[in-house]
Design a protein around this ligand. Structure first.
Ligand code: MTE
Ligand code: MO
Length: 436
């Protein structure tokens, strides 16, 4: 969408702008000499992103909904006013729902990083095109591109930093990643809308199969294009087009290979994962994000004096022995963290619905789980009625047949099918049940 040069601008202004080109090589089209750049190559990256990014977007929005932001006090801030999707009660079935959707969000998001970088490399000459704008239409297009590129880099950077526990930024991850997502979604829709015909046309200009058979010696530039992607003075190729695609594809596969382990909970392949550590080799050897020590939980808090307070129509105080004397239920359920890792374990404890009944609550609206943990952002979680009533939703006392370890939330932790990991509160001390 370049438009006619100068269209929409007063001619003298356009001519003046053209003459004002900054000195140095950066803004000269002859600087960019790779013979691989061209509309076909850019469109190959584009079509991969067009297939993958919508999945990342949809699973990201699902994660936001799974956090149940309609309840104030949940990990996702409820104050993202104006930009909220229609809330619904996040289901408990299938139990692997959040594990799959969040695993996809993180794994695919990471796998697409090399493709995004490849695509940005392929269009970089346009960043330094002079004059910077040739028409009003192009000015608008470039503004939308700035938002597109800025927001995807922001989303990738905040996402990657979050899974590496690196909260270097001084803002709330959820709020930032969520607002950034909407900027990206808007810019992405505009961009696809504008570029789809060009992409289709460019993809038809060469055949992938032929490209994959073309060695370095026969690699030629694409024909000069109206978009200015093809180098006007191309250098001799040092890499074939198939070589470049192999580098990008290989990088994607490598990222996937070294991170998928943490997504599916298989440690040997979680090489690069921040979650690859071992936690002993007994029944409680599985991922711990936040240890009892970091959470400030001391043995005195969780000893014989510990009580679970259940508040409903009546208030009940239960010791661990009282809980163990109630009917016990065992379920194999995943913990699936927003960061993409997950782990499936066998949990045993009291059904949350038995605690609801004990407190004499029938017209249940929601339940607030409180933790002993005083100074964390995970002190409480709000559960919807379906989550409190599911037959497999537990206040777990044991895991894999052994008592919970201090790091896994001893004396008791919540574990609910399909719920984001963050709401599976550890070191539970209180369950407050609210009537409708
Ligand atoms: N009290 C408390 N409960 C908590 C957490 C926490 O930090 N404190 N971490 C949550 C998160 S983010 C996840 S993914 C799961 C599993 O965390 P873990 O690996 O630290 O056990 O527990 C959740 N429950
Ligand atoms: Mo988490």
């Amino acid at each position: 969408m370049t438009g006619e040069p100068g269209y929409g601008f007063p001619r003298p202004l356009f001519a003046g702008l053209t003459r004002l080109r900054p000195p140095g090589p950066l803004f000269r089209p002859t600087l960019w000499r790779s013979p691989l750049r061209g509309p076909w190559l850019t469109s190959v990256f584009a079509v991969i992103l067009l297939a993958g990014l919508p999945v990342v977007i949809v699973t990201g929005l699902l994660s936001y909904l799974a956090y149940q932001p309609q309840y104030a006090g949940n990990a996702f801030p409820a104050d993202v006013h104006g930009l909220r999707l229609p809330y619904f009660a996040w289901p408990t079935h299938p139990a692997w729902l959040y594990r799959l959707s969040q695993g996809l969000h993180v794994a695919l998001g990471l796998a697409l990083v090399p493709v995004v970088l490849g695509k940005l490399w392929s269009v970089i000459p346009k960043l330094f095109a002079w004059p910077p704008v040739r028409s009003i239409a192009q000015l608008l297009e470039r503004m939308s591109l700035a938002l597109l590129v800025g927001s995807i880099l922001f989303e990738l950077a905040t996402g990657v930093l979050n899974i590496q526990y690196d909260y270097v930024f001084g803002f709330d991850f959820y709020t930032a990643h969520y607002y950034g997502a909407w900027v990206f979604i808007a810019a992405f829709v505009i961009h696809v809308g504008m570029k789809f015909p060009t992409m289709r046309r460019s993809l038809r200009s060469r055949r992938l199969r032929d490209e994959l058979r073309t060695p370095l010696a026969e690699t030629r530039p694409e024909p000069l294009d109206e978009h200015g992607l093809v180098a006007v003075e191309p250098a001799a190729p040092t890499l074939s087009r198939r070589g470049l695609l192999a580098v990008v594809g290989g990088a994607s596969l490598t990222v996937t290979a070294v991170t998928l382990g943490q997504t599916v909970g298989w440690r040997p392949s979680a090489l690069l994962a921040a979650r690859g550590q071992s936690y002993g080799d007994g029944p409680t050897d599985f991922q711990v994000n936040r240890t009892a020590r970091t959470a400030g939980i001391v043995p005195a808090d969780t000893g014989a004096d510990w009580r679970l307070t259940v508040v409903g129509a009546s208030t009940v105080e239960l010791s661990r022995a009282d809980l163990l004397a109630m009917p016990q239920h065992t379920a194999r359920l995943p913990i699936a963290c927003v960061e993409g890792w997950s782990t499936v374990q066998t949990w045993t404890g009291v059904r949350l619905r038995d605690l609801v009944a004990l407190a004499g609550v029938d017209r249940l609206d929601h339940g607030i789980v409180g933790s002993l943990e005083k100074n964390g952002s995970f002190r409480r979680a709000v559960l919807n009625p379906g989550q409190l009533r599911d037959a497999d939703a537990l206040l777990a006392l044991k895991v894999n047949g052994a008592d919970l370890s201090p790091d896994h939330g001893y004396p008791a932790r919540v574990i609910v099918p399909a719920m984001p990991g963050v709401h599976n509160t550890k070191w539970v001390s209180r369950l407050e049940l609210k009537e409708a």
